[in-house]
Write a protein that binds this ligand. Structure first.
Ligand SMILES: [Zn+2]
Length: 246
């Protein structure tokens, strides 16, 4: 079987003297693990297109035991990410999220588009990191069947209020009259969360908020994820240790 698809390298490991084993998030076939012969060698034509964070056009065939990369033509390699340790570590976290949430050997167009947009915005440094983190976490959760129910108060159906309560455990919101269980969130935070979950894929990154609100939003989306996903992301712990200066 031969596959032609574009995709992003989300993990890269060396094997043998100069071979690579990579995990790809591909548009048409989701997560694929593949072998790239000789790709660690600088002389190899697939060296650039199979390195971590490379977004490439892949030609892959199924060998007896594994997928093997025939050809990897880089489209975008996000070199600027490498200039800053925080950016690299947040990008690695996004890749770990993709590896966890995206389907295997199935269409993953929207997952790929979320991660590529996040890496693009992260590499050019024009959007705050907590913003990119919050959008990526909550949208990937939503795509994978963990979308919280944010349309209205779960008790009375009220659409919006100055403050509402986000019940992270059950993925619900309540107005102040119905229940004060959960995290109090402003109407701005609620509107942002609705936007991330429900807007057109091309528009999920097109809103802005003050930095303090973005930090809070990022803590809410992270809390929501940690309550529903039974996995500790090592790359997130590392990123947070950098931010805290430990
Ligand atoms: Zn209510």
């Amino acid at each position: 079987m031969h596959l032609n698809t574009d995709g992003l390298v989300i993990t890269e490991n060396t094997t043998g003297e100069s071979d690579r084993i990579v995990t790809l998030l591909t548009r048409d076939h989701g997560i694929i693990r593949a072998f790239a012969r000789g790709a660690k060698s600088v002389k190899n034509r697939n060296m650039s297109g199979t390195q971590i964070f490379a977004y490439s056009r892949f030609s892959v065939y199924r060998g007896r035991d594994a997928y093997i990369i025939d050809d990897a033509q880089p489209i975008e390699v996000f070199y600027k990410l490498r200039e800053n340790l925080e950016s690299i570590s947040l990008a690695q976290y996004f890749c770990e999220l993709a590896a966890y949430f995206a389907p295997e050997e199935n269409d993953a167009d929207e997952y790929l588009s979320v991660i590529l947009n996040a890496l693009y915005l992260l590499s050019n440094g024009k959007r705050p990191q907590p913003f990119l983190k919050a959008v990526t976490e909550l949208r990937l959760m939503s795509l994978s069947g963990y979308m919280p129910s944010l349309l209205a108060c779960n008790g009375c159906g009220k659409y919006i209020d100055d403050v509402m309560y986000f019940d992270s455990q059950n993925g619900l919101i309540h107005c102040q009259e119905c229940s004060s269980y959960g995290i109090p969130i402003s109407s701005g935070i609620l509107t942002a969360m609705r936007h991330i979950c429900l807007s057109d894929p091309k528009k999920i990154f097109s809103f802005s908020m003050p930095d303090e609100s973005l930090k809070f939003l990022s803590s809410v989306t992270e809390d929501y994820m940690s309550r529903h996903i039974d996995k500790k992301f090592k790359t997130l712990s590392f990123y947070k240790s950098l931010k805290e200066g430990i």
